[in-house]
Design a protein around this ligand. Sequence first.
Ligand code: AMP
Length: 172
Amino acid sequence: MDLKSLIRDIPDFPKKGIVFRDITTLLNNPQGLRQTIDSLTLKCQQLNLSPDYVIGMEARGFIFAPLLAYGLQAGFVPVRKPGKLPAAVHTIEYELEYATDRLEIHQDAVKKGSKVLIVDDVIATGGTAKATADLLDRLGCELMGFTFVIELTQLAGRSRLPDVPIVSLIEY
Ligand code: AMP
């Protein structure tokens, strides 16, 4: 099945000039969803990525990371927007195009030295994935790799990431 054909392009969302790659039309297709998760899981296994935890970023990382964690027999850890996690957190601030944003993780979410895999729906500039990697570095994790359903190659996001395997399924 051609997964790309299940992604819907929405021009000028959320602002003029951006083509938003809408995954809701992939998610609501039973065969497409299964193939997406099975393919990502297989690619990770072929690269011997066997993390203790799969890390997903709010919000759309939450859709894919737990499914991948299930397949890889790992735990799932959420990285959230500020003020959402109830226990003590580590926070990272990072640059967006015209602003800064923050992400948080529970200080006790992973044990020091744990192997982790970072998962998100899309890699665009790579800023979110890089910030998450930096956050996990503070917790003393061993970063095994990154997994994305969609890679926007023109933005060269992967060039901002540390030198570990980067798995993506659909390229634009
Ligand atoms: P990044 O620039 O890599 O930090 O991207 C930040 C987040 O924005 C990603 O996690 C994506 O969910 C989302 N995103 C950025 N560009 C697009 C796009 N063209 N279509 C859909 N989602 C996008």
